[in-house]
Design a protein around this ligand. Structure first.
Ligand code: TRP
Ligand code: SF4
Length: 327
């Protein structure tokens, strides 16, 4: 039987960090076994907020692709591509925008939140309001059955279903209604215990060298109640411990848990152990990154091949769309 299709994208607004690994990429990697996956760099989406300084978009696209391949997204198994290389997305976005009711966009909770969160940017634009319509075009173009995203994006997938339903009703039933495949929640936080994010300066990047990782870990905030070495700690309230749960073997995690509660281990030592395990886990990714960085042609080829595969499907979909829309 044919594998079901999934589509997901990431905006190229900076380097990828551990939050991306645990919030999306590990999930994307394992989905490759059971689904035909389309993973793309959403550079037009990035432009909705970065339009004043678009350099960051170009600068990060290749870096992100390198990270993707380094963590195990496979250009053979999945279709890996760049949104703006497939102009059909823009055309479908335009057509969908003709019948998407404005109130659907205005009451979108993600929209309202982002306007508040990114108050330093002027996001009262036509393009930003239409962000989810473009996202619907991305998803419907490949007739996706599922969209693996975090909770913050589920409203957009819901909207995509509504848009697909409306299209199917007006013209012809050509789009499946995609399901949200909710990613397992990423428990890790940034070094300051806020959400890990490029803009908070609290991230550990996939591309960070060993010394940088060790130094960043040394600066992590621990259980705030453990002010002195002799104070017992609470691993459940400590972000360093969350990292241990991901990167340290089970036996040792148990040992650290007890030692922390009895104050027989200090945070400095605890962090050193964690940093060393984290570094061990990142080492193969660094090696893969180095290999890819040393071979720019390989990345070019990956993008080229991925774009070609995506474009072929996009062209087929658009032929169908134009026919039923009679344009
Ligand atoms: N809006 C998504 C985000 O910020 C990125 C995205 C764009 C996307 N198009 C998509 C995700 C299509 C899934 C499917 O994370
Ligand atoms: Fe956190 Fe480790 Fe310090 Fe306990 S000992 S508070 S787990 S860093």
């Amino acid at each position: 039987m044919e594998k079901k299709r999934i589509v997901s994208g990431m905006r190229p607004t900076g380097k990828l960090h551990l939050g991306h690994i645990h919030g999306a990429l590990n999930n994307w990697r394992s989905l490759q076994r059971d689904y035909q996956c389309f993973y793309f760099i959403a550079d037009w989406h990035a432009l909705t907020s970065e339009y004043e300084h678009p350099e960051i978009i170009k600068e990060t696209i290749k870096d992100i692709l390198i990270d993707w391949v380094a963590v195990g997204l496979s250009p053979e198994e999945s279709v890996i591509f760049v949104q703006s290389s497939i102009k059909e997305h823009a055309e479908l976005h335009l057509i969908l925008s003709m019948f998407t009711p404005l109130p659907w966009l205005e009451r979108n909770p993600t929209y309202k939140e982002q306007l508040k969160e990114m108050a330093q940017r002027d996001l009262y634009t036509y393009g930003f309001l239409g962000y989810p319509v473009l996202q619907a075009a991305d998803i419907l173009m490949y007739k996706a059955n599922g969209v693996p995203v975090g909770e913050d994006q589920s409203a957009h997938v819901e909207l995509t279903r509504e848009i697909a339903r409306r299209f199917n009703h007006f013209y012809s039933n050509i789009f499946p209604l995609p399901e949200t495949l909710l990613a397992p929640e990423a428990k890790i936080l940034g070094t300051d215990r806020r959400k890990m994010s490029n803009s908070y300066n609290n991230a550990i990047f996939i591309s960070d060298p060993q010394e940088v990782v060790s130094k960043t870990v040394a600066g992590m905030i621990t259980d705030p109640q453990r002010a002195r070495r002799s104070d017992p700690g609470r691993p459940d309230f400590c972000n360093v411990f969350t990292f241990h749960e991901l990167y340290t073997d089970k036996e040792k995690v148990k040992e650290i848990d007890e030692a922390c509660r009895r104050a027989t281990i200090g945070c400095v030592e605890c962090k050193q152990i964690m940093a060393s395990n984290l570094n061990k886990a990142l080492e193969p990714l660094r090696e893969k990154r180095k290999e890819l960085e040393g071979n720019p042609q390989l990345i070019e080829d990956i993008i080229h091949e991925g774009n070609k595969k995506a474009r072929k499907i996009a062209q087929e979909t658009m032929e169908e769309v134009r026919e039923v829309v009679k344009i």
